[in-house]
Each structure stands twice: as C-alpha cells, then as structure tokens.
Design a protein around this ligand. Structure first.
Ligand code: 48N
Length: 318
C-alpha cells in the first residue's frame, strides 16, 4: 500500500518540545535518597515551598492546551490504551522518535482489561514467544515452559505505561473518547473512504449526548489511525462498528467462542490495515473478523501491538 498521502497542505506543526531537564528527552530521576534523609526527624519544622493556586492552574492548563495544539496534527493516532494499544505505542515510540503519536483513551485510567488476569485474579499469563516482549520491557516473570506468568498484571501494564509515557513524542489524552472518524474520499474514487483522523470529546460529554444537545466535538488530523478499542466495554470495537455504519464494511464477523490456541494466532496474524488509513489490532479485530476469543491470556495483545506498529512503520518508511 502506498504511504499515507496528505492530499491537503498541512499546516507546519512544531515537534513536541523535549523534556528540559533530562538527556534524550527523558526526565532525569533525581537522586532523592539524600533529600529523604534530610527530611527525617525534622517534620516539626517541615514546610513546602510557598505557591499561589494560579501557578498550579497555569502549570496544568498551559501544558494541556499546548499539547492539544501540538497534536491537532498528528502522524499517528492510537485509539484505546489497553494492552494492545500501549504495546503498539511502545514499539512506535521507540522506533520513530520523529513521529508525533497521540493516544486517545476513553477511561480516566488507561490500561483497559490488563490490570488483572482472568476473573479478577492478579497473575497475568502470556504464552511464548510473547515473553520476548516482557524481556524487552524489563518485566520479570516466572517461566513455566510453554508460557510465562507475570506475578501481577498491573506490573506489566504499569511498566508498559511508564515506558510509553516516557517517550517525548507520545501524548496520552485519557478521559477522552473517539466519537467518530475523520474521512476523505479514497484516491481510487470508488466510493470508498480513507481514514484521516479522529473526532474526540471528553468521555463524559460523549456519554451524555442523549441528554444534552449541541456538545460538538474536537478533532485530530492524522494520516494513520490504529484502533485497539477492545471487544467489550461501553465503547468496545468502536472503529469497526463505525465502518459498518458508514457502509465501508458489510457487517461485523462477531467474536467467536473461547479457543486460546486458535484465537491468539489469528489475532496476531490478522492485525492489519482494514481500510486505508485504519489499522485494527487486539480484541477489536475479533469483532470484525469473527475470530475466537482467548480469555485470560495476553500474549496476543502484546504481539498484535508489535504487528500493528510494524504495519504502521511500513507506511512511514523514510
Ligand atoms: O484491553 P482493551 O479492552 O483491548 P485490547 O485489545 O488492548 O486488550 C483486550 C484484552 O484486555 C482482552 O480482552 C483479553 C485478552 N481477553 C480476551 C477475552 O477473550 O475476553 O482496551 C481497549 C481500550 C479501553 O481502555 C477502552 O476504554 C478504550 O480502548 N476505548 C476507547 N478509547 C477512546 N475512544 C473510544 N471510542 C474507545 N473505545 C474503547
């Protein structure tokens, strides 16, 4: 497929500023052991530096609105910060620090279904060879032969999230929902469309369009959207459902019954560009393809994210 073509002239977009107090854009962790020692036993005279409330307000709003401006034109938008979306973001952030990547997550807390294993149990199972991704992230695990176990799913998700948020070219907009897709006529003039960005709103606003009218959305232009919105939840399988309602695909295949071996191979292998400008990965893909579900094993989510990133990188080859 030819690389994404921006048919309209794009406004020049400043690259995200690098963190000022760290080398290569990562904030340097100060050595705080000394600071804590200095505080011990001096609590009676302890005092924070003085602040005016407006300083806090300006520190937050100045950055947020700068981010909205910077990422209004993004190179890639990832919809859904679950295990697949975050894995995609990690691979892209590491491979292409020159690309501006916006992650839109409807929930206040990113991570999707990966904070726990199955049935609210803590441990997370990943079948080999997904252990390679855990090693890449530095997540410790117990090796059980054909699979590995992370002692708590939150250890995987929090580590992955911290790596992703550490990239200066990635911005997470959480508590923000994608409530539509930006489209353009496809270059082949066949009545089909190309995806060219996302339509966003505060999630709480999106959930109340029925009881409060005229709450128009915002937008992010991007030549490529990667949708990993999962198979359930209030907004699950968002983009593929929207493709059906826009008559771009006939109907959803509907997720099939649980079969770990069939499901995980299929999800990874089929992660792909479903329509021009839209790559779908993770469990959202099971809804469009009618793939089986795998239940409480997460290797396919991580490797579907790796595959989605590789598909995206092909489109942005320098
Ligand atoms: O964790 P999920 O739901 O999705 P994946 O595909 O990253 O991981 C799926 C995985 O957790 C499983 O379902 C496991 C393997 N079980 C399988 C099985 O057989 O049951 O994350 C999707 C994220 C969530 O955080 C949603 O809040 C978010 O996407 N989201 C959205 N964010 C913004 N705009 C939207 N329209 C939207 N829809 C969903």
């Amino acid at each position: 497929m030819s690389p994404p073509v921006a048919t309209e002239t794009l406004p020049s977009t400043a690259m995200p500023t690098k963190a000022t107090n760290g080398s290569n854009g990562h904030v340097k962790v100060t050595d705080n052991v000394k600071v804590l020692e200095d505080l011990a036993d001096k609590w009676d005279t302890f005092k924070f530096d003085h602040i005016r409330e407006s300083q806090v307000s300006r520190a937050m709003t100045r950055r947020y609105f700068q981010d909205l401006d910077t990422y209004a034109e993004s190179d890639i938008v990832i919809v859904g910060a679950g295990s697949c979306g975050l894995s995609t973001a990690y691979v892209l952030g590491k491979a292409r620090p020159d690309l501006k990547i916006a992650i839109i997550e409807a929930s206040v807390s990113p991570g999707g279904g990966a904070w726990l294993g199955g049935q609210l149990f803590s441990a997370m199972v990943m079948r080999k060879p997904a252990d390679a991704f855990l090693s890449e992230l530095g997540v410790p695990y117990e090796d059980e032969g054909n699979y590995v176990v992370v002692k708590h799913a939150a250890l995987f998700t929090s580590t992955l999230l911290s790596r992703v948020l550490g990239f200066p070219n990635i911005k997470l907009f959480n508590a923000t929902a994608v409530e539509d897709l930006i489209t353009r006529p496809s270059t082949s003039n066949d009545g089909k469309i190309r995806i060219a960005g996302v339509v966003t709103n505060w999630t709480l606003v999106t959930m109340h369009h029925d009881d409060q009218s005229c709450m128009d959305p915002n937008t992010i232009n991007a030549p490529l959207v990667i949708s990993t919105t999962g198979h359930d939840g209030p907004f699950g399988a968002f983009s593929v459902k929207r493709l059906v309602s826009m008559q771009q695909i006939d109907k959803l295949g509907g997720m099939r019954g649980l079969d770990m071996n069939t499901a995980e191979d299929a999800i990874v292998k089929r992660t792909r560009e479903v329509v021009p400008g839209l790559i779908v990965g993770g469990m959202e893909l099971s809804e469009v393809d009618g793939a089986n579900r795998m239940g409480p094993t997460f290797g396919a989510m991580a490797l579907s994210g790796v595959k989605a990133a590789e598909e995206a990188l092909k489109l942005f080859e320098r």
